[in-house]
Design a protein around this ligand. Structure first.
Ligand SMILES: NC(=O)c1ccc[n+]([C@@H]2O[C@H](COP(=O)([O-])OP(=O)(O)OC[C@H]3O[C@@H](n4cnc5c(N)ncnc54)[C@H](O)[C@@H]3O)[C@@H](O)[C@H]2O)c1
Length: 317
């Protein structure tokens, strides 16, 4: 990337998502300033970033483009885009965006990585609301390609275009979500499936392990290369309709979270962190799942990098 196409990117919050987002933009050739108020989180940042370099077999010199700060304004200086990855609390995010408005140019794009809070609410009290946009990365953000770019009722079309272009040039797969609705697109799909899965286990149709096998070894085996819309077109919408006629009346329609899930949480069965959730876990089994996921995603990311054309940012960014 040439000097003149390099941008300054601001990242607010250097936790799980923030450090990966910072890495991604540094790897794409940009300068990155991270604001992270916690001294402990700041001091663990070099180690966490270094482990991504090793995982992806990248040039460690890219880390020289990342600076972390204990104050917002110096971290955001000259930023063309800011990605906020602070805790998921509306008042906190509103306060951060108000501070950002005083720290950056009126044209700087302000993007929130919130999982669920509409950016409409986060930016509600700002003067320049047209530059506020949702960018929903998936964990880990340096490995999972998708970023949902959510246009709220005030976001300018040009802000969406620029944000998608920046992400595309950083090797991501941005998609444009045209309405700022809860769960955006990805989490609505994911949780529609989880809702049915939990209801099946609660009804004793199968155990949780069987659900995982059915998804991973069944339709999941093709999902990475065949989305549900193209799959429906592939088999024919006449068949899709016949199945829907028979099946939909039987799908779970419990209002709100299923009592089975509520009982698990009430009983302290939270998953891997407590040794039991929908399945039971020893620490070794939990670690093996994390290692399997990380290895798989890293291998996919390395393959994408090898096959990428190395395109830089488009003119105008
Ligand atoms: N974890 C996920 O899988 C995931 C996925 C998509 C989106 N998100 C969203 O990303 C955001 C960050 O999540 P995370 O998992 O990285 O959380 P995290 O707790 O790992 O990181 C948040 C960081 O923000 C810092 N922080 C606290 N107060 C701050 C302030 N006033 N200004 C700046 N930073 C502050 C914390 O010290 C912490 O390091 C949330 O909105 C979350 O919903 C998370």
């Amino acid at each position: 990337m040439s000097e003149d196409t390099r941008l300054k990117i601001g990242v607010v919050g250097g936790g799980l998502m923030g450090h990966g987002i910072a890495y991604l933009f540094a790897a794409a050739g940009h300068r990155v300033g991270i604001y992270e108020p916690s001294p402990q989180v700041r001091s663990s940042m070099p180690r966490r970033l270094q482990s991504i370099v090793e995982l992806l077999d990248d040039d460690p010199r890219l880390l020289q483009r990342i600076e972390s700060h204990d104050m917002l304004a110096p971290a955001m200086r000259e930023a063309a885009f800011v990605f906020e990855a602070a805790p998921e609390k509306l008042p906190l995010k509103q306060k951060i965006f108000a501070e950002l408005e005083g720290a950056v140019a009126p044209t700087t794009v302000l993007a929130s990585n919130s999982s669920a809070i509409p950016s409409t609410e986060i930016g509600r009290h700002l003067v320049h609301r047209e530059r506020v946009v949702g960018t929903h990365f998936w964990n880990p953000p340096h490995l999972v390609p998708l970023v949902e770019v959510i246009q709220n009722e005030k976001t300018g079309d040009d802000v969406v275009r620029q944000t998608m272009e920046l992400l595309r040039c950083a090797g991501k797969t941005p998609v444009h979500v045209r309405r700022d609705i809860p769960g955006f697109v990805g989490n609505r799909l994911q949780h529609a499936m989880k809702r049915e899965a939990i209801a099946l286990v609660a009804a004793g149709v199968c155990d949780a392990e069987t659900i995982d096998t059915v998804v991973r070894e069944g339709f999941g085996a093709r999902t990475a290369v065949l989305g549900p819309m193209e799959q429906s077109d592939l088999v024919g919408l006449d068949l899709a309709l016949d199945i829907a006629e028979v099946l939909y009346a039987h799908l779970d329609r419990t209002a709100g979270p299923h009592p089975f899930l509520r009982d698990k949480v009430r009983g302290g069965k939270l998953g891997m962190k407590t040794g039991e959730g929908l399945r039971t876990w020893t620490p070794e089994q939990a670690e093996a799942v994390r290692a399997r996921l990380s290895r798989f995603l890293a291998e996919q990311a390395r393959t994408r990098k090898r096959s990428s054309t190395g395109a830089g940012p488009a003119p105008g960014l």
